[in-house]
Design a protein around this ligand. Sequence first.
Ligand code: ADP
Ligand code: ZN
Length: 214
Amino acid sequence: MNIILLGPPGAGKGTQARKLVDERGMIQLSTGDMLREARTSGTEMGQKVAAIMDAGELVTDDIVIGLIEEKLAGDHGGGFIFDGFPRTLAQADALGDLLEKYGTGLHFVIAMEVNDDALVQRITARSTCGNCGEVYNDITKPIPADNKCTNCGASDFKRRADDNEESLRTRLMEYYKKTSPLIGYYHCKNQLQWIPGLGEIDEVAAQINAVLDD
Ligand code: ADP
Ligand code: ZN
């Protein structure tokens, strides 16, 4: 089973994807994580995308489609969770073609409904464990008092360079201009399922599981 998690920055796609990996053995394909890895390891591509990402703009379709294709050629595990991809109609078309090429398809597109005020609050309060990627929030899920990650015990917490108000405004505009048309695209293909994204992490997870088990 292959699914897309669709929603604006801060909707909780990454948090839910991690739960699906743990609970269902699915494979999370986050183009944002892949691009951040390319930056950290200092590849030529990573250097090229750094300024674009920090400003909150989208990198070119060619780059992210190439990253996804590499992964689809590998192990399919319990299915793929596309997180932060596709983000444009061209990427959506490319994904459809690639899945067909690798003899599989797309089963659900889960659109996470949230409001913009909640997004700003979530993103400006966000940090992650640099070792395992566990997501924390200053208000709703603070870093433990002993400064150790609840998941892996490491003490290396990071804030993303693009998690500031100005980049976030650009990211939201990019989402509404370029990504939100995918809602109509997948609705037309009868693949879209809305779920409320604002509840507790486990409540949202239960809604997603209900869709997948339907
Ligand atoms: P968010 O938390 O805002 O959803 P991600 O971690 O998915 O962000 O992505 C961070 C940045 O990486 C984006 O703002 C963009 O610059 C780039 N990026 C990630 N995925 C894509 C994509 N599919 N197409 C274009 N740019 C992307
Ligand atoms: Zn950790």
